[in-house]
Structure formats: structure tokens, C-alpha cells
Design a binder for this molecule. Structure first.
Ligand SMILES: O=C(O)CCC(=O)C(=O)O
Length: 307
């Protein structure tokens, strides 16, 4: 067996904007206000910059990043794919803001991530990304699947599983220009997830993220270029700005990589908006020039979990 199992039909040029948000502090209302202003700024059009079709916020944009903060900042969203949902009346203030921002700017918004409380089980929290169309409807949600539990002695220790539960579904959404796969930060380390999304026809994989000063320089670019090269898709991670006065020091360097593995946009460390023009021709040329997407040998490696 070879080839892609399902290919989404629509893939047109579009402009992506990554908001490398700064000033994420303890005051949630301020964080939400600032995120909304930055969405407005990113979509306002500056000089020759084309208005983006899709804007992205970073991981955990409404609260400081840290396991002790998640319970305090968590919000109930209560969205179930396929069921009616009125975002502007959501119990979640972050969802209401993101929906309003998407609607007022008439732009697709990937709303970074926020700590979410399970609507049916108060003891369960997730790290959750929500997505809005230009009418402000919530159209997709992704709960971080792989929790960030690492311990590099003397460098960084982090254990999201102390307060979070991992999601268990692959998620993507369709726009009028592309099919976009979702992951959150640590999810990028798992090639299986990216490969499944690409095989479901995603043209771009987007990860709100927040790497750190240890793993950022080691793996931030490497992982994005790897997932892009493995699957011949666009890959992007959007980070918060670096704030050395915060409890968690984010790497920054929000980035977009094209399907041949080239970095086509990159922020530095401070608050910044970076734009990338996504050109479907690069995906087509990469796949026809180096046709690994049709050369796979699933007869040899049908199920890697059994290897
Ligand atoms: O994988 C890494 O090195 C960082 C992951 C991370 O910061 C996260 O999942 O929030």
C-alpha cells in the first residue's frame, strides 16, 4: 500500500500570521485584552503586508505557563465536534473573546491554548486549542495529547501530568484555502501524529507551543523541519515572547517551515508578528520531485507499535 489515504481537495495560496505574544502575566483579563489587540494589529494590514487569512496565538496565552497555574485559570468550554455551539455565549471568557476577535477581523483564528476544565468531570484539566472561522464560530478543538513531562537534570524539569490529562483525538479543520492539522507543543515530538494528520490530507500542521531555553535551541527548528520533511507539508509553531521575569522562559522564534524543509519565516525573542505566504506549488513540487508520499512500504511497516 502506498500514497495518501485521503487528500483534501482545496489548497490555495494563503497568508499565515503568527502572533508571538508578550506580556502574558497573572491577570487573565489583561492577557485576553492584549491578545485581542494583537489579533486586530496582525490583521490590520501594514504597508505592503497582505491581510492574513489565518492568525495563530501561542500555547497558554491567557495564563502564566506552569502546572500550578492550570487549575486556577481553567475554563469550561463544553464544545463537542458536530454539535451546535454558540461561541459568543460560551461559559469560557477566552472562547468569547477569540470568537469576537475572529468575527470583527473576519479572519480564521487558531486560539493558541488555554487550560480547560472537563465539562463533565471537574477533576480533569486539559491543555486545549480552539479554532474559529471568520464568522466567529468555534469549528475545531484539540486537547494536547502528549503531556510535557521531562526531567533534564540541572536544566529543566516539568510535569504537566501533575495537573493535566492528555487528549486522545487527532484534530484538523477545513478552511476555504487548506486543511490544517492541529497539535500543541510537545505533540510535535511524535512523528506518528503528524504523519496521521498528513495522511488525512492536511496541508499544514500548526502547533501553538512554548519551548524553553534548554530544548528550544536543541530541537525547536529541528522538529519542525523534521515533521515538514517527513510528511512534505507546511509546519509551524507559535511561541509566546521570551520573558525572563516570568516563571517559565519561552524560547520564542515562532516559525514556519515549508514542505521541502526550508524555514520561510522566523521571529526573534520579543513580541512580534511574523507572516508567511503559503504557496501550494511548493508542496506539489516537493512531492513530485521526491515522491516519498507515494513510495511508502506499509507492507513492511504496517503497524510500528508492533515492531
Ligand atoms: O518538547 C519540548 O522540549 C518542550 C515542550 C513544551 O514546552 C510543552 O509541551 O509545553
Amino acid at each position: 500500500m502506498s500514497g495518501l489515504s485521503r487528500v483534501a481537495s482545496v489548497f490555495k495560496p494563503f497568508t499565515l500570521a503568527l502572533i508571538q505574544l508578550g506580556n502574558i502575566g497573572a491577570n487573565k483579563a489583561d492577557n485576553l485584552r492584549h491578545a485581542r489587540e494583537m489579533i486586530q494589529k496582525a490583521t490590520a494590514g501594514h504597508g505592503s503586508q497582505k491581510k492574513p487569512d489565518l492568525v495563530v496565538l501561542p500555547e497558554c496565552f491567557n495564563s502564566p505557563y506552569g502546572v500550578t497555574h492550570f487549575p486556577q485559570y481553567a475554563e469550561k468550554i463544553g464544545y463537542t465536534p458536530g454539535e451546535p455551539y454558540v461561541a459568543e455565549k460560551s461559559e469560557s471568557e477566552s472562547v468569547r473573546m477569540l470568537s469576537a476577535a475572529a468575527k470583527e477581523t473576519k479572519t480564521w483564528v487558531i486560539g493558541g491554548s488555554i487550560p480547560e476544565r472537563d465539562p463533565k468531570d471537574d477533576t480533569k484539566l486539559y491543555n486545549t486549542c480552539t479554532v474559529y472561522n471568520p464568522q466567529g464560530d468555534l469549528v475545531a478543538m484539540h486537547r494536547k495529547i502528549h503531556l510535557f513531562d521531562i526531567d533534564i537534570p540541572g536544566k529543566i524539569q516539568f510535569k504537566e501530568s501533575e495537573t493535566l490529562t492528555g487528549g486522545s483525538t487527532l484534530n484538523y479543520f477545513d478552511t476555504d484555502f487548506a486543511r490544517i492539522g492541529l497539535g500543541i507543543c510537545y505533540d510535535v515530538r511524535f512523528p506518528e501524529l503528524a504523519m496521521m494528520a498528513a495522511r488525512q490530507g492536511c496541508h499544514a500542521l500548526i502547533y501553538p507551543a512554548a519551548f524553553n531555553l534548554t530544548t528550544g535551541p536543541l530541537h525547536w527548528e529541528l522538529l519542525q523541519r523534521s515533521r515538514a520533511n517527513d510528511n512534505q507539508v507546511f509546519v509551524s509553531m507559535c511561541s509566546p515572547a521570551r520573558d525572563m521575569s516570568a516563571g517559565y522562559h519561552a524560547w520564542g522564534h515562532s516559525m514556519v517551515v515549508d514542505p521541502i524543509g526550508k524555514v520561510i519565516a522566523e521571529a526573534q525573542e520579543d513580541e512580534e508578528i511574523v507572516y508567511a505566504d503559503i504557496d501550494p506549488k511548493v508542496l506539489e513540487e516537493t512531492r513530485s520531485g521526491i515522491p516519498v508520499t507515494t513510495q511508502r512500504r506499509f507492507d513492511v511497516y504496517a503497524d510500528v507499535s508492533k515492531a
